[in-house]
Design a protein around this ligand. Structure first.
Ligand code: PLP
Length: 559
């Protein structure tokens, strides 16, 4: 796991985003359904199953099936509702032209969900997840790596709707535990489309894998081979190799992967135990900034395939390229140090053609996590408290600094700060929406301007209740007019605390940001990878709810 919200919304990306891009993300109808819905669709005839005997389902079959799947999902209501395309009233010239980070999907799909959530008195943080982004990332994969079947790394974001969508598109799944296997098996994914890719397996999970017929699994040490021999002797073992992960933010080498010096011994042990080794895997590290890492690891794999023959094992037939692919949804766009996916794919195509050409009969898979999940999700959180940091007398002319208290933090979605080296960047939601400012936000500023910090608790309670029950989102106000009217100080800094009582619950520190008010919503783009997956409810703080949309057309930049 690795990388950050910021890594996919770098300054370069920001600067290349035109205001037009955001302003003109005009109305297209999207189908929305909510997370708790019974998304009961028959996946019993996915392309993966229909093509169980072929190496891979054809991309065309995948896409045809996916279209059918998603259409039937929407038609069956999937527990959700259709929202009408909203009326657009703001014009391009009325919005703030400040360059904004790029967003991966057709904006109005997110916008409608945002209006729905904030316009009905909700104050809980929520994510808006766009299946259209997932579809486009998948087809981009198929275009660039047609010979590599993606096995989505469920750990990255086990959202059932995301997994169902990927299953419908024909991906396989990388599962790290019995629960992850149960999740995708419950969707109709066949055991053969799962790899149990945790080199150290819990015994109960190993028994579960055997009971379910999930045979493919990774291992990287002798003790594990003995464990597998005892519990699941028919397993198909994929030897996890220690790859050079020096080109990645998040390195796995200290924990997983057999060093080359041990590989021959392990292969001999496997042979002695009469285990079936089918091939090798590696993980070049998550958040990879050196595309050549794949080439080196593929060459290493070829060497180990040859070692297998040397020790007398049957010829290997399976190569697993692991994860490490970037979540940036913009094609061919390098993101700071992170190469574009296309750049990595070119290296992989060349290296696999040289070492594992089609006539070798080797099945090749990848285990993308963040590639599939990063960009589909936008997280919205509420500013529920605010304090200004007093200026010291001699520093009277310095930037105003505020402390904001938001309703999701490091114990929730922002655990990625700790576990994924993330640097989340808050964006005032009205900027995200760019062309529409909801009435409740305007009210919040009006009310706070009237009596900023000296409210009685009763007054405060009444303000909050009217603030959050405002349902009128039909009063657009341009961002620029808003600034003029209410005199927001533009050049401030904000430190954003999460909702718990822990002072280490900090999401961003001294972040350049205009002044915000209680009741403002903030957006965090590209927040789908390694966020909700590990969120807790520490201090009784609820996790964000998840909402779904499917943008039908990509933004011009994203495709
Ligand atoms: C075995 C394995 N495969 C795939 C992944 C996914 O990596 P990424 O999100 O970088 O694609 C991980 C991440 O931890 C992993 O451990």
């Amino acid at each position: 796991m690795a990388i950050c919200f910021r890594s996919v919304t770098t300054n370069a990306a920001r600067n290349s985003a035109t205001s037009k891009h955001f302003v003109n993300g005009v109305s297209q109808s999207s189908r929305l359904f909510s997370s708790g819905s019974p998304f009961l669709l028959n996946l019993g005839n996915t392309p993966a199953q229909a093509h169980a005997h072929a190496a891979f389902p054809s991309p065309a079959a995948n896409h045809a099936y996916a279209a059918q799947f998603l259409a039937s999902a929407a038609a069956s209501g999937v527990g959700g509702k259709f929202l009408q395309p909203r009326q657009r009233t703001a014009t391009a010239s009325s919005v703030d032209a400040t360059p904004l980070p790029q967003f991966p999907c057709e904006k109005s799909a997110i916008d409608r969900t945002f209006q729905q959530q904030t316009g009905t008195g909700r104050e809980r943080a929520f994510s808006v997840n766009d299946l259209g982004v997932v579809e486009r990332q998948h087809s981009r994969w198929v275009r660039n790596l047609p010979a590599v079947r993606p096995f989505y790394a469920v750990k990255c974001n086990p959202d059932p709707t995301l997994c169902r969508t990927l299953a419908a598109l024909g991906t396989g799944f990388d599962c790290a535990s019995g629960d992850e296997m149960a999740l995708v098996l419950g969707m109709g994914v066949v055991p053969n489309d799962i790899i149990f890719a945790n080199p150290i397996k819990n015994i109960k999970d190993l028994k579960y894998a055997r009971a379910q017929g999930v045979k493919k699994m990774t291992a990287d040490n002798e003790a594990e081979l003995y464990k597998i021999r005892e519990i699941f002797p028919e397993a198909e073992i994929v030897l996890r190799l220690l790859a050079d992960d020096s080109g990645s933010v998040m390195k796995f080498g200290a924990k997983f992967g057999a060093p080359l010096v041990q590989v021959e011994g392990l292969l001999k042990t496997a042979k002695a135990l009469n285990l079936k080794v089918i091939g090798t895997s590696f993980h070049i590290g998550s958040g990879c900034f050196d595309a050549q890492s794949y080439r080196k690891a593929i060459e290493l794999s070829k060497h180990v395939f040859d070692l297998g023959i040397k020790v007398g094992l049957p010829k290997f037939t399976f190569l697993d390229l692991g994860g490490g692919f970037p979540g940036n949804p913009v094609e061919n766009e390098r993101n700071g140090d992170v190469p574009a996916f296309e750049e990595m794919a070119a290296v992989i195509r060349e290296a696999t053609a040289a070492n594992f050409p089609p006539e070798s009969g080797v099945q090749i898979i990848g285990e993308p996590g963040r590639y599939m999940a990063t960009a589909w999700s936008t997280l919205f959180v509420l500013v529920q408290g605010k304090r200004e940091v007093p200026k010291v007398a001699e520093d009277a002319s310095s930037t105003r600094r505020f402390l904001y208290y938001i309703n999701d933090g490091v114990y929730g979605s922002f655990n990625c700060i700790m576990f994924d080296h993330a640097h989340p960047e808050p964006i005032p939601a009205y900027r995200f929406m760019a062309d529409r400012v909801s009435l409740d936000r305007r009210q919040s500023a009006q009310r706070e301007a009237a009596r900023p910090f000296a409210m009685s608790s009763a007054a405060s309670a009444s303000m909050m209740s009217s603030l959050f029950s405002s349902a009128d989102s039909s009063a657009p106000l341009s961002a620029r007019a808003f600034h003029t009217t209410f005199g927001r100080d533009q050049a401030c800094q904000g430190t954003f605390f999460g909702p718990t009582c822990d002072s280490m619950d900090v999401v961003a520190t001294d972040f350049p940001c205009e002044e915000l008010f209680v009741g403002d919503w903030l957006a965090f783009a590209h927040s789908g990878a390694y966020t909700s997956a590990a969120a807790t409810t520490f201090n009784g703080m609820p996790k964000p709810t998840a909402h779904y949309c499917r943008s039908r057309q990509p933004s011009p930049k994203a495709e």
